[in-house]
Write a protein of this length. Structure first.
Length: 500
């Protein structure tokens, strides 16, 4: 039996063992709770007249591992309350391309010859309520496989699961992906019911609060959320639909870091501040202990609104990275003076630089079955891309359509398109044979990288939540290089999740 199969078997065994050992969830009235009474979004108004709109928004496909509350619609009965949460997920993504025009390629190019690879992830989501407003969460995770071209050659990389696989050597690896606690301080007496979800415990929560979360997690758990494009396991696969591609947020190769997140939540707006550690090297596992010089600070403001009966949100994000990333201009000078070869002594440790950036994101329900999203982002592009992906400017948007229109309420369709750009200094670095975080063709005839993705998620709920999603992507000027491509990339995603 392979290690990945053994991991899944043990996960399922643990699920059913805990279900037997723990007492069942307590309901005020068992008949009052169903899957149709929970929403996988922040909800500020829970009156019966708004419940229909909020359920419709949930059916658009807004599911995933983000730390966004599952809120129960108010009825005459109370939803369940629990001291713990337990969920599992498994995602397998076979992906490949038939080949592309490639007059030359470097060590970090999308390969010109056809290829097919598979990524795997399996996660256990465990949480326990220590006190009324104090919770702890631990997520063991196993990963294997990798992405096309070892996660090189694209700014708009084609498989968001790969930043959980770290590029991938193919070997199975297990780790504690998340381990953190959250402390919530009520800012009033008004409460709302929240339902059970991944890393969320069913019960009551203040409508207005100040929350502190500290430990190991992904910054995307707390920031840059979007109901229609944020979850690579249920929605779009491409990096630039999953998150803002110009946001070079801190992570190790698996997607996680050590951080402190603070959230101030009011009825129709929220403010979030995150302080996180940065790795010592580009795409590195080890976090720099010199947190005074190496850190990531993110500030996000979120405003909820309605266009008639249809909810929407806008989020504005600004960030600053301090890390050992070197300036592109300095690295280009070294390459040009050494015949395109980077000496091993370049980029001496201990030299820190700053990167700043900003982004804006929208989500808007159009009808009970459709919603749209848009993200735009920019960073100064003066220093190396350090952790997420190699893009300095991005604009990406699209739409999601729920399958209830054709009597398939667990299905949904997504289509998105976008364009990415690089700063002038970044272009010069790649033209001089520079090798970046994810790009390095050996030469560059610059052109904006343009991409489109479409998927159909076929969902089943009889045995937990299982989905099967064919996915296709078309990328013009892959790696921002007009000499290469275009690339057509195909995938099939298999996803399963279950909660006790």
């Amino acid at each position: 039996m392979s290690k990945s199969t053994l991991f899944l078997v043990l996960s399922f065994f643990l699920v059913f063992s805990l279900k037997i050992l723990f007492s069942p969830p307590v309901f005020a009235d068992d008949s009052s709770f169903s899957l149709d009474t929970v929403l996988t979004k922040n909800v500020t108004t829970l009156s019966p007249e708004t419940a229909k709109n909020e359920i419709a928004e949930n059916d658009s496909g807004a599911t995933g591992t983000s730390i966004v509350e599952t809120v129960a619609v108010e009825t005459s009965d109370s939803p369940r309350k629990s001291a713990y949460t337990f969920h599992i997920q498994s995602t397998v993504v076979p992906q490949g391309h038939p080949g592309l025009t490639s007059p030359y390629q470097g060590n970090e190019s999308l390969k010109g010859t056809g290829e097919q690879v598979t990524s795997f992830s399996g996660t256990v989501f465990m949480g326990y309520r220590l006190f009324r407003n104090t919770e702890i969460f631990i997520n063991p995770e196993g990963i294997a496989g990798g992405g096309v071209s070892n996660a090189f050659g694209l700014g708009a990389y084609s498989n968001g699961e790969v930043n959980r696989v770290g590029g991938g050597t193919g070997a199975f690896q297990a780790s504690i992906a998340r381990a953190y606690f959250s402390q919530t301080i009520p800012l009033g007496d008004e409460e709302e019911d929240i339902g059970d979800d991944q890393n969320q415990i069913a019960g009551k929560r203040p409508r207005k609060y100040l929350r502190f979360s500290a430990g190991k997690f992904s910054l995307a758990d707390f920031l840059d959320n979007n109901a229609y494009a944020h979850d690579q396991r249920n929605q779009f696969l491409n990096f630039c639909f999953m998150d803002n591609c110009a946001w070079d947020y801190s992570m190790n190769p698996f997607g996680y870091t050590y951080a402190l997140a603070t959230e101030l939540k009011q009825r129709d707006w929220a403010l979030r501040l995150v302080f996180a550690t940065e790795p010592t090297l580009v795409n590195g596992f080890t976090m720099d202990p010199n947190i005074g010089q190496a850190h990531n600070i993110d500030l996000e403001f979120e405003q909820s609104y309605r266009l008639g009966p249809h909810p929407g949100k806008v989020r504005v994000l600004v960030y600053q990275n301090n890390s050992a990333a070197q300036s592109y201009s300095a690295l280009t000078s070294i390459l040009q003076s050494n015949g395109g070869v980077m000496p091993s002594s370049a980029g001496a440790p201990g030299q820190y630089n700053r990167k700043t950036g900003a982004g804006i994101g929208f989500e808007q329900e159009l009808s009970e079955n459709t919603g749209t999203f848009l993200r735009a982002g920019w960073n100064d592009g003066q220093t190396e891309s350090w952790t997420y992906t190699e893009t300095d400017m991005t604009l990406a948007g699209g739409a999601s359509l729920n399958g209830r229109m054709w009597k398939r309420s667990y299905d949904h369709i997504g289509i998105g398109l976008g364009v990415n750009g690089l700063s002038a200094n970044h272009q010069a670095f790649l033209s001089a044979n520079g090798q970046g975080l994810m790009l390095g063709d050996g030469a560059l005839r610059y052109g904006p990288e343009q991409f489109i993705e479409a998927y159909y998620s076929l969902g089943f709920s009889k045995f937990g939540n299982f989905s099967f999603s064919p996915d296709v992507q078309y990328i013009l000027n892959p790696g921002f290089n007009q000499d290469r491509g275009p690339a057509s990339i195909y995938a099939v995603r298999f996803h399963y999740e279950w909660g006790a």
